[in-house]
Design a protein around this ligand. Structure first.
Ligand code: FAD
Ligand code: EPU
Length: 318
């Protein structure tokens, strides 16, 4: 269905198969609200919602989800904020690969560790994406969040960032973030990236959502799955990659049911408890939807678009 109503409210609404918005290419339909301004995000989060970033760490049920899915649009994806200095405010829909490239071009260091992570900035913050060479939390200073219809500025130290996790306030949407990079040279940044690139070289190129399981303390899930002889194990079109035991790849027509069955088979076969790294929508044990901030009181309720500042890269307030 074609997007509707993008102009005045700064929101485009369309029913979309979420498979098309996730890297694993699995998942049914939902109503997707793409927001171009803070007041649009405010409006979109009035009722129960889920937030979608780059869809690169997500398994969505075959039936889709009944809640609206909120995405940040192009106004939040502008890279221009990077360049004026080592500190930059960037919208949460900025694609990480483009950001990493631009930082290298400008000779700004700090993002080398997230080379090859196909996230948006907001999703990278929520997952504290990274590698053993560095994570997004290393350069994060503060964020603007939409929480219950209000924009709040929160310091990175209050976000509970740890290995592949964060503790944002419930119902928060990351709108933008301030990163602090370190002046260096393109050559030095490229050299540091080469180390990260080498560490990633064995990862499969096929459709996936990255590593399926978190590494248990002191070990690697990929190694455990490998020594259990599970590479190549297949349920429908979902398969444990031959290149790396912690990647589930979609050979073409995998369903969420296939993927879930495969994850369960792995968990049953590996002698160490493995925690799924992916966010899961509409599936047993998965993430519940976020509660909306409405309904507002019947009398004197605020009009749609209650005055929060607009724009992706522009900071909200002092
Ligand atoms: P999504 O998958 O869209 O969402 C993830 C979670 O964040 C969801 O709960 C979603 O609701 C929430 N979210 C997204 N945006 C916002 C927002 N603006 N506000 C509030 N909540 C939001 N990860 C690593 O850490 N290291 C790696 O090396 C790595 N390699 C990968 C390689 C491949 C090929 C792939 C496909 C994935 C890889 N990943 C890796 C996993 C994935 O890229 C990260 O988890 C990433 O942080 C997910 O970001 P996203 O924008 O795609 O978020
Ligand atoms: N290993 C095997 N067999 C395999 C896979 C790995 O024996 O099939 C062994 C390797 O030889 C190595 C160890 O396991 O000794 C760790 O493997 P690797 O270096 O590939 O790293 P990883 O721990 O599997 C982590 C992240 C990746 C990130 C790489 C970057 C997790 C769960 N995974 O992988 O992140 O890209 O390091 O080096 O933390 C993600 O989170 O989605 C992700 C892809």
């Amino acid at each position: 269905m074609a997007p509707t109503d993008a102009g005045e409210r700064g929101i485009a609404v369309a029913r979309v198969r979420l498979a098309s918005l996730t890297t694993l290419k699995v998942g049914g339909e939902a109503e997707v609200w793409t927001c171009e301004r803070d007041d649009a995000v405010r409006e979109a989060t009035r009722d129960a919602f889920r937030v979608l970033g780059g869809g690169s760490n997500l398994l969505v049920a075959d039936a889709g989800v009944p809640e609206r899915v909120v995405r940040l649009g192009r106004a939040y994806a502008d890279l221009e904020g990077l360049g004026a200095g080592a500190d930059a405010w960037l919208g949460a829909a900025v694609p990480l690969p483009g950001l990493v490239r631009r930082a290298r071009h400008l000779g700004l260091s700090g993002l080398e560790g997230v080379l090859g992570v196909p996230a948006q900035l907001g999703g990278a913050i929520v997952m504290n994406a990274g590698t053993r060479f560095g994570e997004i939390g290393d350069v994060l200073q503060e964020v603007d969040l939409m929480v219950d219809g209000r924009v709040e500025r929160v310091g990175a130290g209050e976000l509970g960032l740890a290995y592949r996790r964060s503790a944002l306030p419930p119902r928060a949407v990351v709108l933008r973030a301030r990163l602090r990079l370190t002046p260096s040279t393109p050559e030095r940044v490229a050299a540091a990236e080469a180390t990260v690139d080498a560490a990633r070289r064995g990862q499969p190129k096929a459709r996936s959502a990255g590593c399926a399981f978190k590494n248990p303390p002191g070990d690697a899930a990929g190694r455990l799955i490998d020594v259990a002889g599970l590479k190549g194990t297949r349920v429908g079109d979902a398969m444990i990659a031959h290149e790396h035991g912690n990647f589930v790849i979609n050979l073409g027509a995998a369903t969420a049911a296939d993927v879930v069955a495969l994850l369960e088979r792995v968990q049953a076969a590996v002698p160490v408890a493995l925690e799924v790294e992916w966010r899961r929508w509409g599936l047993p044990g998965g993430d519940p939807p976020q509660r909306g901030w409405g309904p507002r009181p019947a009398a004197g309720s605020a009009p749609a678009g209650g005055g929060a500042p607009a724009g992706g890269g522009a900071p909200a307030g002092g």
